[in-house]
Design a protein around this ligand. Structure first.
Ligand SMILES: Cc1ncc(COP(=O)(O)O)c(C=O)c1O
Length: 251
């Protein structure tokens, strides 16, 4: 089993860390991830034969690396198809340093996620991220669900208004089967109603290890302002469809 752990490094299932739950777990070290090497990633396995086959696959299927051949043993064989998936040493050095901060970073993001839960739990129309038993999130993302009716404002307008305040809210993710590539292969509305509903309602809020409590208070204050603005103009979203550039400012 190959598990996609691109977002879940640091998470746990039943006390077992991500990376130990499948034969191979793939990790992403893209710049927005909690551990980054700028770009790139890693495959994690405790199976020596699998590790060797991944190493060869990333190196043109060759039986030795250039570094190994720089010593006396310059001969090599090619045992499978492979490509160049090698990370540069510069990136690896950055990634190795970042890895040492994995636990402290996750701990801070967990604190911030708990704090978001406390601060946002009081706002009508917001459903907090689920916390299923036995699962500990890596807290790579904090995505909450906004009910347009109860919050008083459509989700897209919430994201637009947060961004107008300089807050990098976004969506993870659009419903995959409705993206153009999958539509061209038969993806249609109604095929995955739960994903479609969430794609219309989720908002990802900023969450990163360097975030201060004051940063987070700003995000929550902006959400409260947007909600108050919408509440003071019932029906505006339906009638006018456009959010103010800065909901906090008098119009
Ligand atoms: C679940 C998941 N899989 C795979 C990827 C791709 O990772 P990368 O961009 O490092 O190839 C991402 C990136 O965000 C992801 O979230």
């Amino acid at each position: 089993m190959i598990a996609d752990g691109a977002q879940s490094l640091g998470g746990r299932l039943g006390g077992r860390p991500v990376g130990s739950l499948a034969d191979i777990t793939t990790l992403s070290f893209h710049a927005v991830k909690p551990v980054t090497s700028g770009e790139g990633g890693a495959c994690v396995t405790d199976d020596g034969a699998l590790a060797e086959s991944v190493r060869r696959g990333r190196n043109h299927g060759m039986t030795s690396t250039a570094e190994e051949r720089s010593a006396l043993n310059w001969r090599y064989d090619v045992t499978s198809l492979g490509s160049n998936h090698r990370m540069t040493s510069f990136q690896a050095a950055l990634g190795a340093a970042q890895l040492s901060r994995l636990e402290t970073g996750r701990e801070r993001r967990r604190e911030l996620a708990d704090r978001y839960d406390r601060l946002l739990g009081k706002l009508p129309g917001i459903t907090l991220p689920p916390r299923p038993p036995e699962r500990e999130s890596s807290w790579h993302l904090y995505a909450e669900e906004v009910s347009p009716e109860d919050f008083g404002c459509p989700r897209d307008k919430v994201i637009d208004a947060l961004r107008a305040e300089g807050i990098q809210a976004t969506l993870h993710y659009p419903a995959v089967h409705l993206l153009a590539m999958y539509r061209s292969r038969g993806g249609r509305p109604g095929m995955a109603p739960r994903a479609e509903r969430l794609a219309e309602r989720l908002v990802t809020l900023p969450l990163f290890a360097g975030m201060t409590d004051a940063d987070q208070d700003d995000v929550v204050a902006a959400l409260i302002r947007i909600q108050s603005w919408a509440a003071s103009r019932p029906g505006w979203a339906v009638e006018h469809g456009e959010p103010p550039a800065h909901p906090g400012q008098p119009t």
